[in-house]
Design a binder for this molecule. Structure first.
Ligand code: C5P
Length: 136
């Protein structure tokens, strides 16, 4: 069997007081440009997923999250052509600071009923029913 590259990414559904979820649009020049995803990023060697999220959410959208505010919800597992993506999805309802796009990406706060209007990477789509169960 050929070696399969495993890519570990962690993502977070930030849920605001109006039960809206933050989506970020992947910028031009990146794989899957234009698609909307839950913010997050690659888990660096030695990091726990919670540490990755704290780092990435600060770098990408300028908010400060602490570990007790992060709760695991489910996993995405998707076979892309050149790698297998394993991506836990966390939820977070409390953070400090206002979410601003620090890397030129578009951001959108989206109600559960509208989430399917935002085209997403194939790995993210199976996550939606889990999130909707939580929001309805
Ligand atoms: O964000 P980054 O480019 O580092 O993610 C690595 C890969 O993981 C992407 O090329 C994309 O294929 C996949 N990914 C995904 N869904 C996400 C985040 C990343 O499918 N929400």
């Amino acid at each position: 069997m050929a070696d399969i590259k495993l890519t570990l990414v962690v993502a977070c559904a930030l849920i605001d007081a109006d039960k809206r979820v933050l989506l970020a649009q992947r910028p031009e020049g990146k794989a899957l440009a234009g698609l909307w995803e839950f913010p997050g990023g690659k888990i660096e060697p030695g990091e726990r997923p919670e540490q990755t999220l704290i780092r990435e959410l600060h770098e990408e959208i300028g908010i400060t999250v602490s570990e007790p505010c992060l709760a695991p919800l489910t996993f995405a597992s998707h076979a892309y052509e050149t790698f297998h993506l394993l991506m836990p999805l966390y939820i977070c309802r409390r953070w400090e600071g206002l979410a601003v796009a620090r890397e030129g990406q578009n951001l959108a706060w989206v109600r559960a009923s509208k989430l399917r209007d935002y085209p997403m990477p194939p790995a993210d789509i199976p996550l939606l029913p889990h999130l909707m169960d939580l929001l309805l």
